[in-house]
Write a protein that binds this ligand. Structure first.
Ligand code: SF4
Ligand code: SF4
Length: 498
């Protein structure tokens, strides 16, 4: 066990990213995030402008090309290599910050909705309407989706005390938060002793006050007398953690937007962004709440990765036709709703409950752990396989036209798009190989996590307990691979290659 202040403790914390010369200073600066958000807000406004008044061709418009082709690819790469950078620079939280300043005594978000059910629903709704309304093909609708996002984030922040939009509603946030549990960085405190003597707990409460207030804290220092430190609250203070995480108790990246408000608010420089072994939290039993909503969010996201890709290949249209013919349903809305409800909600719930039930029955542990606890123990293991599916899918769209955004920007700025020069594509076989590697890596990582969970739960009978889950991961990977080998719609780029 590492001891507070010892070298082992610091190596357990990893490298302090905020101590890096230029990047660290930029991120810690009180306006560092604001600068990033302001930049991305300008980009978002450009997307809205192009979507509303620009050419209504998906491949030539920023409102469709940027979010549906490039942003999604950037999100998964950033999550894997750095962390939740997209939530960190998210422009949707800019009106949120303003709203929060205007309404300092917002109400609490309703107790019944303070969970991940709403996130599951909003993810389901986003993928459903993406498919039903062909959002990827409509710059105009994509632009209005961005406007809707700004409006929803502003309204919820103005109404409620905590960051309800990020924590409970935003589908992009839910995706980023779940897969940031794989990331090589996390928020942590340097010394728990300092937190124990900290009076204001500014990391969560903030240091903002309408009038300046000065307090003096006694801060413990190893082998020395405690030091007195002046703590100032005032109009220039920082808001505390919007998602109400208390820094010394953070065990997971779930719910963390990487906003670094806790870093800026802590008066004792005791909290920072540290590197860690990627996905370290996923193999620990105490990282995630053992709740159905948390478990099903992580599990359903993997299945949503399959259905999202399935919607772009020929068998999906054949299934739609078959359902319409055999069930006599002529409404595309209803047919799509049935397919998505089955694939994205019913299947993940049924498969995980069945695997948990089977694992308990095979090992003879059915009386000790409830189904909820068993599913919760294996839910983190769905993160790598799900991430592999999403990454493999997005890498396809990214690599068939990696620099096609350049002529789109050229045309947006009023110039002539050099389509000839930038219509380069990676060889399709090479893309297939990359996809296969990503799927395999996700599968093997998930298998390893599930093995650790099975060992924790079933000890000598671990192999039997692992079996149903291993089968689920294998089927998910094979299904994804089968879909990726079929001709896939090159959404947003098709017309340029035809
Ligand atoms: S992280 Fe900073 S503000 Fe939060 S409890 Fe610890 S010392 Fe106090
Ligand atoms: S303030 Fe909260 S959400 Fe922001 S980085 Fe700190 S812990 Fe994460």
């Amino acid at each position: 066990m590492s001891v507070e202040g010892s070298p082992q403790h610091h190596s357990a914390l990893g490298m302090d990213v905020l101590k890096l010369p230029l990047l660290g200073r930029l991120l810690r600066h009180r306006h560092g995030r604001l600068a990033l958000q302001a930049l991305l807000t300008l980009v978002a406004l450009a997307l809205v402008l192009d979507g509303v008044v620009g050419p209504q061709s998906a491949a030539r418009n920023l409102a469709t090309v940027a979010p549906w082709v490039y942003l999604r690819g950037f999100v998964v790469i950033a999550l894997l290599l750095a962390g939740n950078l997209v939530c960190m620079g998210c422009p949707f939280t800019l009106p949120r910050t303003l709203a929060k300043r205007l309404s300092r005594s917002g109400r609490r978000f309703p107790q019944r909705l303070r969970n991940k059910w709403l996130s599951i629903f909003s993810l389901f709704a986003l993928f459903f309407f993406y498919e039903y309304l062909d959002l990827w093909a409509s710059p105009w609708l994509s632009a209005w989706l961005i406007v809707l996002y700004f409006a929803a984030s502003f309204a919820l922040e103005a109404l409620f005390a905590e960051s309800a939009f990020c924590k409970y509603v935003c589908p992009l946030g839910a995706f980023n938060m779940v897969y940031s549990t794989l990331s090589p960085t996390r928020i942590a405190v340097k010394s728990h002793d300092i937190c124990a003597s900290c009076v204001g707990k500014e990391c969560v409460n903030g240091s903002y006050a309408p009038q300046t207030v000065i307090r003096v804290d006694e801060i413990p220092v190893a082998d020395q007398a405690a030091q007195r430190k002046e703590v100032r609250h005032g109009p220039r203070g920082t808001l505390g953690c919007g998602t109400e995480l208390f820094a010394p108790q953070i065990r997971s990246n779930l719910d963390c937007t990487f906003c670094l408000d806790c870093v800026r608010a802590c008066p004792h420089d005791n909290v920072s962004l540290f590197t860690r072994v990627p996905g370290a939290e996923l193999s620990r039993a105490d990282s995630w709440s053992r709740r159905w909503d948390v478990s099903l969010l992580a599990i359903a996201l993997g299945f949503m990765g399959i259905s999202n890709a399935f919607g772009m290949v020929p068998p999906y249209y054949a299934l739609q036709e078959w359902l319409a013919l055999n069930l006599g349903i002529s409404s595309e809305f209803i047919v799509l709703l049935l397919i998505f409800a089955a694939l994205n909600l019913l299947l993940p719930a049924a498969v995980s409950i069945t695997a948990a039930w089977l694992g308990r029955a095979l090992t003879g542990f059915h009386k000790r752990d409830s189904l909820r606890e068993t599913v919760a123990a294996f839910a983190p293991a769905f993160v790598p396989v799900g991430f592999g599916i999403w990454f493999a899918h997005y890498s396809f769209h990214l690599l068939v036209g990696p620099v096609l955004v350049v002529p789109v920007v050229q045309e947006f700025l009023g110039g002539v798009g050099d389509w000839q020069r930038f219509s380069v594509s990676l060889d399709i076989n090479a893309i297939g190989l990359i996809q296969l590697v990503l799927l395999l890596a996700g599968f093997l990582w998930s298998l390893r996590l599930a093995q650790k969970a099975a060992l924790r739960l079933y000890r000598r009978a671990a192999l039997l307990g692992l079996l149903p889950w291993a089968l689920v991961f294998l089927l998910l990977m094979l299904l994804a691979w089968q879909i990726f080998t079929l001709p896939m719609e090159m959404r947003g780029t098709l017309e340029l290659f035809s």
